[in-house]
Ligand binder design. Structure first.
Ligand code: NAD
Ligand code: ZN
Ligand code: ZN
Length: 362
């Protein structure tokens, strides 16, 4: 089968003929129908690094074409969406319902010593995040897959696995936003837009979005922002205080730069929470003054993958989309072929492009 292989740091994405093993144990063979281009795969390929050669791609949707002998949760022919959340299902955190902080995430991968899932010219190829969606087919542990209705279109389905779980989950799971509350979303990118959708589903009264580009703020309105603030031209703290009166109940930071996060802290109402999701520098973070925070009962929380339970949340977001209650169509700016990943990432630099999705694997 064809897969886009990243052979080393800075060596891009090259389509090669590779071999995929037969499914064993809890593995599921998926014929990939859509694969989203998320920034973190580009970061791995260009400066973070890891195991090479590797097949990246972690926003993946497709049809089940084969199952290992121990698979019980999906069947051949079903439509599935993958997620990079790896969990064992047996540790104390999993048993407590918090699979996103599983203590044994390697459980969904093949053990060292087992034959590799992917090989190229007889040598092993690593599989990005247990998924490897930049390929015609992928071999994925059933714990990393959720079933979605057949009528769910492929491109928006693929985006649910990372950007949607993270953005909407931060609002609905991590913060537990209640109806009537006020939400601020800092950073109107592909993930932040799903926080806006989540806030709408939660029944937030005011959903204020800040960004430094007017085009992104215009798009935010199409997702349900009630107020937008260009923080390059307007002081965002004053603007949020003006709109809310008492400050915001929840502030979600999708940017992750110290001055921006500090502004987020200043936007909080009494009892408010600041949620750290984006990171744009190694020193990202915020100073918390204990006296100010305790007297106003405020909290700061780090958020991984929207505290999501993928088996529950992926079908839920698919259902919200199919009911017309969640905008995923405006996230899919462009559909491309498997050989065009580099050009696809290049086009993401254009502010008008939200997400690019591979839908042609021929
Ligand atoms: N915590 C997690 O589990 C998790 C999971 C997925 C992604 N992420 C992170 O979420 C972040 C957002 O991802 P994305 O795909 O939406 O990125 P993106 O680049 O599409 O969006 C970022 C947005 O922030 C805006 N921005 C930049 N500087 C700003 C400023 N000073 N004030 C206001 N807005 C500003 C940009 O214009 C852009 O619209 C990334 O850092 C990503 O790595 C975290
Ligand atoms: Zn991602
Ligand atoms: Zn676990």
């Amino acid at each position: 089968m064809k897969a886009s292989v990243t052979k080393g740091l800075g060596q891009g994405f090259v389509v090669e003929e590779v071999d995929l093993a037969d499914p064993v144990g809890h593995e599921v063979r998926v014929k990939v129908q859509a694969s989203g281009l998320c920034h973190s795969d580009l970061s791995v390929a260009t400066f973070i690094g890891g195991e090479f050669p590797v097949v990246l791609g972690h926003e993946v949707a497709g049809v089940v074409v084969g199952v290992g002998p121990e698979v019980t949760q999906v069947r051949v022919g079903e439509h599935v969406v993958g997620s990079l959340i790896q969990y064992c299902g047996a540790c104390v955190n999993c048993l407590g319902g918090r699979t996103h902080i599983c203590l044994d995430p390697e459980h969904t991968l093949r053990a060292p010593g087992q034959a590799p899932r992917i090989s190229w010219n007889g040598s092993p190829v690593a599989q990005g995040m247990g998924l490897g969606g930049f390929a015609q087919e992928a071999l994925i542990h059933e714990n990393q897959l959720a079933v979605v209705p057949d009528e769910m279109p492929w491109a928006p389905a693929a985006l649910i696995g990372c950007g949607v779980l993270t953005g909407a989950g931060a609002v609905l799971n991590s913060a537990g936003v209640q109806q009537g509350e006020t939400v601020v979303v800092i950073g109107a990118g592909g993930v932040g837009m799903n926080a806006v959708s989540g806030a709408r589903i939660a029944g937030a009264e005011k959903v204020i979005v800040t960004d430094i580009e007017d085009g992104k703020l215009e798009r935010a309105k199409a997702f349900g922002a009630t107020h937008v603030v260009n923080s390059r031209t307007t002081d965002p703290v004053e603007a949020v205080r003006g709109i809310t009166g008492n400050g915001a109940d929840h502030v979600f930071d999708f940017v992750g730069a110290r001055p921006v996060t500090a502004q987020g802290m200043q936007m909080l109402a009494k009892g408010g929470g600041l949620y750290l999701i984006g990171v744009s520098a190694n020193d990202a973070g915020v100073d918390v003054n204990a006296i100010a925070a305790l007297s106003a009962s405020q909290k700061v929380q780090g958020v991984y993958m929207g505290s999501s339970n993928l088996k529950r949340d992926i079908p839920f977001y698919a259902s919200m989309y199919l009911q017309g209650r969640m905008n995923l169509d405006d996230l899919v700016s462009r559909e491309i072929g498997l050989a065009d990943i580099e050009a696809g990432y290049e086009s993401l630099k254009d502010g008008s492009t939200a997400r690019v999705v591979i839908t042609d694997f021929s």
